[in-house]
Design a binder for this molecule. Structure first.
Ligand SMILES: [Zn+2]
Ligand SMILES: [Zn+2]
Length: 284
């Protein structure tokens, strides 16, 4: 058996052609784990050959809309087709606090639709099972099944509270998903000898002068500088680094090469992918 890692979205809040919102899909046999659900996630899952009924569990990194705006879409879509598949509610794992609060309220605007559908076809309301966990600076196992485990650790995306990275271990190897964070020790520790590190990427060093004094300067301060990220991936001895959540979104191959150039400048010499939607890495 193998483990595959698929980028279901490499975009950011500002729309960019071909780039859905944040999301990473990790598959090992019938274990199908989705991390974040940004804009268009359900379409990317369909394109990756994953039915909504096949998602084993969904994990959220933090409450920023570009990571959760596709969540009600996924939950409602799964519910609407459940009279066919009968897989029941989705298991949702989130940091306690704002992310869990969002998930608890996210279906409220659909109350009228839910009531109408229950009069018509659906037998029970959509009730995703929420599992909120406390996050700390030490990795903590939050999920385990059939030889696959998921750990979470707090990262640095201040002022967003309760932002986490995840590590997935399968019999084939280890996958780390950074979520949104500046380059930090917690992800470096979590990524030691990882087979795949999916990390957000922001060209802070290269664009330092261009963003100085603009609101982008603040935004860049809590994202991962691509040059520093190259140093992290080198020190952690990561086998394959996949860049996602690309800031600014590269419009062409030359723009993508600039991201790669930054990472190499930081010292990383392993396998490097500047992510596009649906790119997939295989382990095992
Ligand atoms: Zn984001
Ligand atoms: Zn964010």
């Amino acid at each position: 058996m193998t483990t595959t890692v698929t980028l279901t979205g490499t975009g950011v809040p500002i729309p960019s052609p071909g780039r859905a919102g944040a999301g990473v899909l990790v598959r090992h046999g019938t274990t199908v784990l989705q991390f974040d659900a940004g804009r268009g996630t359900v379409l990317r899952l369909a394109e990756a050959g994953v039915g909504l009924h096949e998602v084993t569990a969904l994990f959220v990194t933090h409450v920023h809309s570009d990571h959760v705006i596709g969540l009600p879409d996924l939950v409602m879509g799964r519910w609407i087709q459940d009279h066919v598949w009968r897989t029941g509610p989705l298991d949702l794992h989130l940091p306690e606090g704002e992310a869990a609060g969002f998930a608890a309220r996210m279906l409220d605007p659909y109350a009228a639709d839910i009531a109408l559908r229950m009069e018509h076809v659906q037998e029970a309301p959509p009730e995703p099972r929420l599992h909120a966990f406390a996050c700390g600076s030490e990795p903590r196992e939050i999920w385990s099944r059939d030889g696959v485990t998921v750990e979470a650790v707090a990262v640095h995306h201040e002022p967003v509270p309760d932002a986490v990275a995840y590590r997935v271990r399968t019999p084939d190897g280890t996958v780390v998903i950074s979520g949104d964070t500046r380059v930090c020790d917690e992800v470096e520790e979590l990524s030691q000898n990882a087979d795949v590190l999916v990390h957000e990427a922001c060209r802070t060093t290269a664009l330092h002068a261009a963003v100085a004094g603009t609101p982008f300067e603040k935004i860049f301060s809590y994202h991962a500088d691509t040059v520093a990220l190259g140093g992290l991936a080198k020190r952690a001895d990561v086998r394959h680094l996949m860049l996602t959540h690309l800031i600014p979104a590269p419009g062409d191959a030359a723009g993508e090469r600039e991201f790669a150039h930054d990472v190499r400048l930081g010292g990383y010499e392993g396998v490097l992918t500047v992510g596009r939607d649906l790119m997939t890495a295989t382990i095992g």
